[in-house]
Design a protein around this ligand. Structure first.
Ligand code: GDP
Length: 296
């Protein structure tokens, strides 16, 4: 397992040559490197602290102390703990509901909600053979409604019209009614997002949640968001019972530390990763692979 972090840890191990055994202070030095790596990956500070405490507890056990290659062993502990923190097996979309299964998309503006809505529509049509309807509750930006219309057509799903003069809850009720009458399996509801947390908007999406009772409430978050992801995640978790996370823009050059922060704050599984602007750029999230990327 070669990474910049492994190299750094191996250097520390070399400096320890001649010492009979690894001491607690050696482990501290190594954990300092791990801490730096996580901070460089933009994992939020409180999340890093918790994580380091957990790794330290494990690292101070016999396993590392008696190992010939403590650097590698520590990296492996770190990797395992990272993967365990970020993942929990396969986490595909849950459609266990009286049809239509409703999926509510939540997140800040620009996070990738509309794109992800279409990506999910395509995924559900192609991989799960579902009949999918989309609708936009973003009455503040007519362009967002049009954008959903366009990408829904590209995904091969059906789009339910909405207009800026409607109330989001009325749109939701009408779309649900239509979906039931026309035997759709899934209704994907795109919502408005502001550039920052906004109380009115949170009240609105809570209202939508109570009307629709979605089987999935997905929090869409931009992997490039870095440290801010923690505040966004907190606000959405307080407002909604999130059932999953979609981490977008992982094709960018961020190390994706937001995954760790958001997972820890919300407790919800990271279900998908967005890896391109195109509609086929949606992957099932792979926690092991992502752990390697976060460590750099
Ligand atoms: P919304 O405001 O949350 O609905 O966000 P949009 O879906 O409009 O996405 C905002 C921008 O991010 C658009 O330019 C998208 O093409 C882009 N985008 C969304 N997801 C991804 C992704 O996974 N990778 C890349 N590179 N761009 C993405």
């Amino acid at each position: 397992m070669a990474s910049a972090l492994t190299d750094k840890l191996s250097r520390l191990v070399k400096e320890m040559r001649g010492q009979a055994r690894i001491t607690e202070s050696n482990v501290q030095d190594m954990l300092r490197e791990v801490r730096m790596a996580l901070l460089e990956a933009d994992v939020a500070l409180p999340v890093v602290r918790d994580f380091i405490a957990r790794v330290k507890e494990k690292a101070l056990g016999q396993e590392v102390i008696s190992s010939l290659q403590p650097g590698q062993v520590l990296v492996s502990i770190v990797n395992k703990e990272l993967a365990a923190t970020m993942g929990e097996g396969v986490a595909d979309i849950n459609l266990n509901a009286q049809p239509p299964a409703i999926i509510l998309m939540a997140g800040l503006q620009g996070a990738g909600k509309t794109t992800t809505t279409a990506k999910l529509a395509k995924h559900l049509i192609e991989k799960r053979k579902k009949k999918v309807l989309t609708v936009s509750g973003d009455v503040y930006r007519p362009a967002a409604i049009e954008q959903l219309k366009t990408v829904t057509a590209q995904a091969g799903a059906e789009w339910f019209p909405s207009t800026p003069d409607q109330k989001p809850r009325d749109i939701a009720i009408a779309a649900l009614d239509y979906a039931k009458k026309h035997y759709f399996d899934v209704l994907l509801v795109d919502t408005a997002g502001r550039l920052a947390i906004d109380e009115l908007l949170m009240a609105e999406i809570k209202d939508l949640h109570s009307i629709l009772k979605p089987v999935e409430t997905l929090f869409v978050v931009d992997a490039m968001q870095g440290q801010d992801a923690i505040n966004t995640a907190k606000a959405f978790k307080e407002a909604l019972p999130l059932t999953g996370i979609v981490l977008t823009k992982l094709d960018g050059d961020s190390r994706g530390g937001a995954a760790l922060s958001v997972r820890q704050i919300t407790g919800a599984p990271i279900k998908f990763a967005g890896v391109s602007e195109k509609l086929d750029g949606l992957e099932v999230f792979d926690a092991d692979r992502h752990a390697q990327r976060v460590l750099g």
